[in-house]
Design a protein around this ligand. Sequence first.
Ligand SMILES: Cc1cc2nc3c(=O)[nH]c(=O)nc-3n(C[C@H](O)[C@H](O)[C@H](O)COP(=O)(O)O)c2cc1C
Length: 677
Amino acid sequence: MPLDPQVARWRERRIADSVRPLYTQTLAEARAADLAEIQAGTGTPEPVLEVRDLSLPVAGATLPLRVYRPSDAAALPALVYYFGGGWTLGQIETCDGICRTLANAAGCAVVAVGYRLAPEHKFPVAVHDCYDALGWVAEHAGELGIDPGRLAVGGDSAGGNLAAAVTLLARERGGPALVAQLLVYPNTCYHADTPSLRDNDDESMFNRRSVDWYWGHYLATPADGTDPLASPLLAADHAGLPPALVITAEYDPLRDEGERYAESLRAAGVPTECTRYDGMMHGFFLMSSMLDGGRRAVRQAVDFLRARLGTQPDAEPGAVSLADYEARARAVLPSQVWDFAAGGAGAETTLRANRQALDAVVVYPRVLASGGRTDSRTRLLGTPAALPVAVAPMAYQRLMHPDGELAMAEAAARAGVPMMLSALSSCPIEEVAGTGVALWFQLYWLAERHALVRLIERAEEAGCAALAVTLDVPVLGRRLRDVRNGFALPAEVVAANLTDGSGSRAHVAHRGESAVAAHTSALFGSALSWADLEWLRDRTSLPLALKGILDPRDARRAVDLGADAVVVSNHGGRQLDAAPASVAALPAVVAEVGQACDVLLDSGIRSGTDVLRALALGAAGVLVGRPLLWALAADGGAGVAEALALLGTEVQESLILAGCSDLAAVRELRTTQEACR
Ligand SMILES: Cc1cc2nc3c(=O)[nH]c(=O)nc-3n(C[C@H](O)[C@H](O)[C@H](O)COP(=O)(O)O)c2cc1C
């Protein structure tokens, strides 16, 4: 396949920035540039329970070791990890990010080894350093809190080569016993004559000249290249080596030798998984913060390690309420992303009020009225819906999960509920529409009219069933968590429907400023007027919803200009922090326009009971926001599908408990709203 689009963008940036190939730099320059690039690719290092720096005396030197422990369990299995860098570049810091990730995700200790580099130390110094470090870990397992019976080795690139060489030495010398080897695009053969080595000659990426340059530093003589400890593929026999996962990249000169090594292991009876990542290039495993392919490969490595090291997590009990996804999402999301989604504006008074006000809605059930059955089907904005529920528009869902809006849409389609897609979606409208979901498109009023018109046309052409305009964002609310975090979008998450993605503005972090807010201010027109909405009403024949209305006078104007629905919303407490809880504002809006258009409600809906409350107060339906993001983060599309199925069950049960055989009966229920703003 062609280069993955994310890799292609990365490559274009390198060309635009005139990044020089490492092999044209001095050693000192190349070592610094390699480290900087890898650190940028792995992203912010995650916290680990314990990180210990140790020194290991070996013949003629002292090697740094770093031990990462994700938990205080007495005897953790361990992965001994060797960084890449062509035996020439690299240090413990090079693999700091990936070691943290693997330790946390695989539930094992990880020991990074600071082996000696070429050309100062030629082959086989690095191999022996790596083997000695493994031996030391096995010998000192008790002190390190490591289980010596569950040791694995792994590494990327030259680190993968060293890991493979160490398995050969360990077999030859009768230990330490190894239960797994993780080889990420390893060098396995000096002067391999392979198509991948011949074909990959792109100067802007790792290429065959890079490969030659590193071997040139590593080997004292070409004859050393035939030693199986330098070229593990040349070992006479691969039987008895530990089970392996070999990861390769399509656009990597080392691809074929990695795959040949996997074949050779398999032929010798070693259980071996080998996966080629199409469209990816050498180095992608350490670029999780930029490349979905990198994230997938790391997940695969984690699954492999968990299976081999015996750290499979206990099966999580299924979620029994939407709230259960919140803790799961928090555990997997980077803290700044969590804050971006969970947070509200200002002191988060309105955010809290949404929940308090919903809790304060009392619904008086009828008895002997439903016959124990109910029908929750309805139409919202003219779109059939299995439940009086739609997915709220939420920007940048690929922050939560690489599948982003596509997974959300597939799950909504399965549940039979419409999805309102944000103008700031991180997947293109056309692709989301392709899932078959009943799609509504939410517009922000872009400052550039031609860009806005193009968005409307695309939504119409993609078959969206309705348009919505969000009215409550003249500027982005001041979300203090994002300001404190200096929150910026990672490179791989862009506003996929805008011609310039999210521009560079949303991606450049500045202390004390939310880059997302700065980008939004630049993008949106703050002077949206009723006249603009009239223009839109004339421009499209699609049903039109206006979102972010709290005052009945605004609801009346919306209806007068021809809106088919209003969404009573305070944006989940993310805009004006003095705004009322949406549910507190609902009855007055229903009284004003409930007969003339659909009144939808969002902000704080967390259960079937909340849906019942909203409907009993006169809403035609609700939009659900954050809980679906949490489910997406926790388990991708499967998580959202499960969450929506759970919500469906809750809605049905609430209706039956309230004695309602259909949604019309809910609107006849008596309610009171107590002690809310
Ligand atoms: C992370 C996030 C992104 C959002 N992005 C948008 C958006 O792009 N357009 C929009 O109209 N509303 C957006 N909203 C607001 C939601 O549509 C909805 O009004 C709100 O989330 C409902 O509150 P809840 O999360 O408590 O259910 C966003 C909300 C969150 C949490």
